[in-house]
Design a protein around this ligand. Structure first.
Ligand code: SDX
Length: 426
């Protein structure tokens, strides 16, 4: 660690507190404030806007420049040249696989894609109208019941088996959430298909027919999973790390990440974007909604816009917009009304002083919903798709934490409640 220091003076403490400052390989330095508890003070950072919760080597984001690197590789290059599974290997292991390593990894995933037949019974307990995220959260947490006793998180090979299992099973479970909702039988994964081809097969095939899925749509699905694969210490990944810091098994940790992702301010935004575009309904009403988004007294926000870290274009949104063009052209719906509204909304917002001054740009969720809807995936399944893509990132962060020195996460608070008082005498 570097010899940089920070000096802090606090009224009421008659000494200068010297704090170590650490440099990363790139990005902001961090001030190590761990010694402050010994001085009787805490730092205060609701929402963790200025807080680094851990060291990590997995993903780097430069929000000002709109840069996203997975293990150093720019997301744009991975989206163009890699696949979702190769990217899963990269996130987990830190390097791109050799051909042999890639073949082994794909094989390892391929033979974990089925779920225990008992899991089929879990779905029977859900109403057909259950939100797919409610089902996914439940059944992934239930995976613990099948595997929790075959896991010693201190053993790298046990951690990798858990990683293979969750990456392999999420597409199967995601498709089962959809099939349960539409009342069709579950489709089994096919070992002669790639992960994304398999997912679309399990979604749209039935025992009566197996429609051929175009390579363009398979590639689009694979790239959508890849774009969502990781994103540093976002809310759901931080939830997975916090759960993991207690020693909870990885399946329970992934279930906690799914729960956190569900919120409309996070992974639920892709579903909320479609609902917003549907509500706007026509290009003539865009200005009305831009005004609502700018009105402090109106809780409405432009869904798919803004980001805690990106104060420039989300590089994933640019790639997603290109996928949108390709998929809509493939399906012959270039004039899709929702896509037209989205493009017009983006243009107007990016020229509006309010969005410019607050550095609000489209994020990954702005276009993903339009692509997924065009592919026939219902809006209610969008965040399940996000969770399926994000699983390698969640489990890579869990694995990174479990393979290094870590402490149980236990933040403190600024207490504003009653000081001690006696129970009133009767
Ligand atoms: C994801 O963290 C990640 O990495 C997440 C993610 C990932 O891959 O894991 O990238 C995925 O969650 C993307 C974000 C999806 N969410 C949405 O699209 C929902 C709409 N966006 C907003 O809710 C908001 O922009 C957040 C939640 C994304 C970020 O909120 P911050 O960082 O807490 O910023 P803020 O709420 O303090 O906003 C700053 C200002 C505020 O105005 P002022 O109080 O300064 O006057 O900008 C305004 C906000 O009111 N603002 C918006 C806005 N987003 C922020 N105004 C209108 N529309 C918006 N979308």
């Amino acid at each position: 660690m570097s010899e940089k220091k920070a000096q802090l003076t606090i009224d009421g403490i008659d000494k200068t507190i010297v704090l170590p400052v650490y440099e990363g390989s790139t990005g902001p330095d961090v001030v190590d404030v761990r010694s402050l508890v010994g001085e009787g003070v805490f730092t205060y950072d609701p929402g963790f806007v200025s807080t680094a919760a851990c060291d990590s080597e997995i993903t780097y984001i430069d929000g000002g420049a709109g840069i996203l690197l997975y293990r150093g590789y720019p997301i744009e290059q991975l989206a163009e040249h890699s696949t979702f599974l190769e990217t899963c290997y990269l996130l987990l292991n830190g390097e791109l696989p050799t051909e042999e390593e890639n073949a082994d990894f794909e094989n390892g995933i391929r033979y974990h894609t089925m779920v225990d037949e008992q899991i089929h019974q879990f779905f029977k307990g859900f109403p057909r109208t259950a939100h797919p995220m409610a089902m996914l959260c439940g059944v992934v947490g239930a995976l613990s019941a099948f595997y929790h006793d075959t896991l010693d998180a201190d053993l790298p090979e046990h951690r990798m088996t858990a990683a293979h299992r969750v990456i392999a099973k999420m597409p199967t479970l995601a498709a089962m959430c959809y099939k349960h909702g539409v009342g069709q039988p579950f489709m089994y994964p096919q070992n002669d298909m790639t992960l994304s081809e398999n997912f679309l097969h399990m979604m749209f095939s039935t025992p009566c027919e197996a429609p051929k899925v175009s390579p363009t749509l398979v590639k689009a699905m694979d790239t959508i999973f890849l774009l969502h694969a990781d994103h540093e210490q976002n809310a759901s990944t931080s939830t997975v790390r916090l759960a993991g810091s207690t020693g909870a098994n990885p399946y329970a940790c992934i279930a906690s990440g799914i729960a956190a992702l569900w919120g409309p301010a996070h992974g639920g935004a892709n579903e909320a974007v479609l609902e917003m575009l549907d509500e706007i309904g026509d290009e003539s009403r865009i200005e009305e909604y831009i005004l609502k988004a700018k009105d402090k007294s109106d809780p409405f926000r432009l869904m798919g816009f803004g980001h805690r870290v990106y104060k420039n274009f989300d590089p994933r949104a640019k790639v997603m917009r290109g996928i949108c063009d390709e998929v809509l052209a493939e399906l012959g719906i270039e004039n899709d009304p929702l896509f037209r509204i989205a493009r017009k909304l983006e243009k107007i917002a990016l020229e509006d002083e309010y969005f410019i001054s607050k550095k609000l740009y489209p994020n990954v969720d702005f276009y993903s919903g339009i692509v997924l809807k065009a592919m026939g995936i219902p809006t209610s399944l969008f965040t399940v798709i996000f969770a399926t893509g994000r699983t390698p990132g969640w489990i890579a962060h869990w694995n990174e934490m479990m393979s290094s020195e870590y402490k149980i996460g236990r933040p403190r608070q600024l207490y504003k409640g009653y000081t001690a008082r006696d129970y009133p005498a009767k």
